[in-house]
Design a protein around this ligand. Structure first.
Ligand code: CP
Length: 317
């Protein structure tokens, strides 16, 4: 297995099976800090720089919380408008990163341009973590998803997944790469205009991601071990920010999971994951069902990011 020390986390394309389990193992080792709400000092001598060019609630705060739990320091920005990248100068990634690398020991970046964290990694002397790049990938979200399922089921093999929503989403790209490394059967449900791009479909198929396309959640919900959701009412992820409009549209029943549907058709132990935020594809009545694990992911997301930071920064071997 490759060492995590000093490594960029840009994509799950090249993550192998053992690396998932190593991250989960370290997360379990570090869990007492989060469970007991007690900050330690494992990374007391390190600083995280968060460079967020797109809004975020979960990813930025979970990464920062993970660093605080391990006693590390945090600096950065959550809105590029307050930096020279977001004003008259439109300062580029290369020049920005040549500064940030001296302000900390690891850079966690979210950007509206696909490939921006990879470009940052080319120029930075410190590791870069991709916290979501345009429509590209979202590795830390999907590591959290995979860990959540592993902690529930004790395995990542032999499961049936239903991926439902906008397949252009960065989470859907990362989860397809991840599932290609495990023995899973998968269904994909998406509107035509939100389906995988042909080159991506070819790539993940070649990597071993086995799936069938379906039209409606009702066709497959009874078989699902994991229902992995994203909205179909979506903003444009290539933009730095999109304001809400009065009429965003509504989600067709094909792409909607409800309490009624789960109770009538799903396996009793089926798990619903959603990276959030949500629209009307996942109604709040699902929150109180035994299928919901998206709130559990708030906790798991901190554990997983503690593990990644500790591994990358040499807090653990
Ligand atoms: N899951 C996720 O990426 O959420 P945020 O956009 O709030 O970080």
């Amino acid at each position: 297995m490759r060492s995590f020390m000093g490594r960029d986390i840009l994509s799950l394309k090249d993550f192998d099976r053992h690396e998932y389990f190593r991250v989960f193992e370290v997360a379990a080792m570090l869990e007492p800090y989060a469970r007991d709400r007690h900050n330690g000092d494992l990374l007391a001598h390190k600083t995280l720089v968060t460079a967020f060019y797109q809004p975020s609630t979960r990813t930025r705060l979970a990464t920062e919380a993970a660093m605080h739990r391990l006693g590390g320091h945090v600096t950065g920005f959550s809105d590029a408008k307050m930096t020279r990248a977001g004003d008259f100068y439109q300062e580029g990634i290369q020049d920005t990163v040549k500064m940030l690398e001296y302000y900390g020991d690891v850079i966690a970046m979210r950007h509206f341009q696909q490939g921006a964290p990879a470009e940052a990694a080319l120029h930075a002397s410190v590791p870069v973590i991709n916290c979501g790049d345009g429509w590209g990938e979202h590795p830390t979200q999907v590591l959290t998803d995979m860990m959540t399922i592993y902690r529930e089921r004790g395995t990542l093999d032999g499961l049936k997944w239903v991926l439902i929503g906008d397949m252009r989403m960065r989470t859907m790209h990362s989860i397809s790469y991840a599932l290609s490394k495990f023995d899973t059967q998968n269904y994909v449900i998406a509107p035509d205009e939100m389906y995988f791009l042909p080159e991506f479909e070819q790539e993940v198929t070649d990597m071993g991601f086995r799936f069938q396309r379906k039209e409606h959640i009702e066709q497959v919900i009874a078989e699902a071990d994991v229902i992995y959701m994203e909205p179909v009412v979506q903003p444009d992820y290539t933009k730095a920010r999109q304001e809400a409009t009065d009429d965003k549209g509504r989600t067709p029943a094909n792409y909607q999971v409800t309490k009624k549907l789960l109770f009538e058709k799903a396996k009793s132990d089926a798990i619903v994951l959603h990276s959030l935020p949500r629209q009307d594809e996942l109604l709040q009545d699902v929150d109180t069902t035994r299928h919901q694990r998206y709130w559990v992911e708030a906790y798991n997301g901190v554990l997983m990011r503690m593990a990644l930071l500790a591994l990358i920064l040499g807090g653990v071997e």
